[in-house]
Design a protein around this ligand. Structure first.
Ligand code: G3P
Length: 219
């Protein structure tokens, strides 16, 4: 399973990359705004800065919502760096745009997926990734993990090459559940990823090992 970090914060991206387990980055307009990145020139510079940190898979979301504008914006974003994956919303013109980008060899991530039907359409259009938002489904008392399971079954039935990128992850248990269900990728905030490191028995076990070593060494 690939690990992406869901943030536009450069320090957090560096920290996750330095762990040696990071396969990519997902951003969205809200995450960019949260970092205070506004204006086209700053946004473009920020995408370039992210691409300088990681090896591949930097999702850059189009703001446009009509086919022609999405094509123009997506081609501009894709030309910034070969690591860019153009993130396109799950709307009718978005599906057309994904088909177009696919025919041009430009990778896409279809975002705001909340149903299996939407996932099928995006896969048929040739999306490289689809992003089901499981946390936001959980927020409205709908089982987000069930959607991941459903999409996995459907994609396996037809051997769709589109990768399931589980998004809107809220904590480490979501990550483990996605791994059990066969999600190809998770994208999560840094605290959810680093929470996987922690176990109280690891901490107490290490403290005991070090204390025993010090005692045996006469330290
Ligand atoms: O990047 C898209 C997705 O991960 C957003 O997550 O926490 O805003 O629901 P969240």
């Amino acid at each position: 399973m690939k690990f992406f970090i869901d943030t536009a914060n450069l320090d957090q991206i560096k920290e996750a990359y330095d762990l040696g387990i990071l396969d990519g980055v997902t951003t969205n307009p809200s995450l960019m705004a949260k970092e205070g990145i506004t204006g086209e020139a700053n946004i473009i510079a920020h995408y370039k800065a992210i691409c300088d940190i990681v090896d591949d898979n930097v999702s850059a979301e189009v703001i446009a919502t009509t086919f022609n504008e999405m094509i123009a914006e997506g081609e501009m974003l894709a030309a910034l760096n070969p690591k860019i994956v153009v993130k396109v919303p799950m709307i009718k013109d978005g599906i057309k745009a994904i088909r177009y980008f696919s025919s041009k060899g430009i990778r896409t991530n279809c975002t705001l997926i909340f149903s299996a039907g939407q996932a099928i359409l995006a896969a048929k259009a040739g999306a490289s990734y689809i992003s089901p938002f499981l946390g936001r489904l959980d927020d409205i008392s709908t089982d987000g993990l069930k959607l991941i399971e459903e999409i996995r079954l459907i994609f396996d039935n037809y051997a769709y090459p589109t990768e399931i990128l589980a998004a809107s992850i809220r904590g480490p248990l979501h990550i483990i559940a996605c791994a059990k269900l066969g999600a190809d990728v998770i994208t999560a905030p840094l605290p959810a990823i680093t929470a996987l490191l922690k176990h109280p028995l690891t901490d107490s076990g290490l403290a005991t090992f070090l204390a025993d070593h010090a005692r045996a060494s006469g330290l």
